[in-house]
Design a binder for this molecule. Structure first.
Ligand SMILES: [Zn+2]
Length: 314
């Protein structure tokens, strides 16, 4: 590991359910009597080989079905924040998928109680700060998102923004216009996954129709010079996730990753882990992968870390 990785940084694109490590998955499945397909850590690791976003999502939703009690959500969140602290992450904005838990009849109060208690304990024990951003599952459509948003409003003080994730192709951001209008009225920060598997046009929609403050992924921006200009001019942050892109074959390999092109264009690009348990690493593993494959200089790495501190919400 390069020494520069010891510098402070923020992580702005991490799905807590995607930090569920195989050991915890097996332990919680046994404790909560949830039957899963896998009997060993080896079987789980072998299943974590994906050819597309959808192949990953199918396993991801199965994995999170072992989360039941407040203690489970606490353990999940605290384990992630411990790893983040070890990578010198000083602040993290953490995504989670409320609809995926509501669908299993888990109360949002249970989810928030576990997560917020873990954030407080991690702050006391490590000095790390954390905020929550619930994301909506685009494959369920806007009506389901609006119902979940209504329930979330009972817990408004526990989160700082909303996001949009899950299957991208076929679900352009514009389909969620009403949801984002409501959230803006609530003074919530707005983010959306866009341009990961979807085209540059989805990024335009996220900016112009949803009015997002940041774009998650945004790989497709490279194909559109006007879009690059717009994102640079407005100082829109981009939360990129190299190991995720490699695993899901968004780029053929990391030698082709867009990070340096975006840095050179003056975009506020940041480096993040997305779903670290599934994609082979936490924040610093992602920086290290780009140092190895794109040969990023210390100056470039420092800029990426500074960007993360510049475009965080708190
Ligand atoms: Zn993501």
């Amino acid at each position: 590991m390069s020494n520069i990785l010891e510098n402070p940084k923020a992580e702005l694109h991490i799905h807590l359910e995607g930090s569920l490590e195989p050991e915890m998955l097996l332990k919680l499945a046994a404790k909560n009597n949830v039957s899963i397909k896998y009997k060993s850590i080896e079987e789980i690791s072998n299943a974590y080989k994906f050819n597309s976003l959808q192949e990953f999502l199918d396993i991801y939703y199965q994995g999170m079905s072992v989360l039941h009690t407040e203690e489970d959500y606490y353990d999940l969140t605290y384990a992630y924040l411990t790893k983040a602290h070890q990578d010198n992450v000083t602040y993290s904005e953490m995504f989670f998928d409320p609809q995926a838990h509501l669908a299993r009849n888990i109360e949002l109060g249970t989810v928030f109680a576990g997560m917020t208690r873990a954030i407080q304990d991690a702050k006391n024990n490590y000095g790390i700060n954390g905020s929550l951003i619930p994301c909506f599952l685009r494959h369920l459509g806007e009506n389901d998102a609006l119902k979940a948003f209504d329930k979330l409003m009972d817990y408004r003080k526990y989160f700082i923004g909303i996001g949009l994730d899950s299957s991208e192709l076929g679900y352009p951001p514009g389909q969620f216009k009403n949801l984002f209008e409501l959230a803006r009225k609530e003074k919530l920060k707005l983010v959306a996954h866009a341009g990961e598997e979807g085209p540059a046009n989805y990024v335009w929609e996220a900016l112009d129709i949803l009015g997002v403050d940041r774009i998650d992924h945004g790989n497709a921006i490279h194909s559109d010079q006007e879009l690059i200009k717009r994102i640079t001019k407005d100082g829109i942050g981009l939360t990129m996730c190299p190991l995720s892109n490699k695993c899901l074959k968004v780029v053929p390999d990391l030698h082709y990753h867009q990070t340096r092109n975006f840095l050179d264009a003056g975009i506020k690009v940041t480096i993040n882990s997305d779903d670290p348990s599934y994609f082979g690493g936490y924040a610093n593993d992602n920086y290290q992968a780009l140092i190895n494959d794109l040969h990023l200089s210390d100056k470039e790495v420092r800029q990426l870390m500074q960007n993360s501190l510049d475009v965080k919400f708190k």
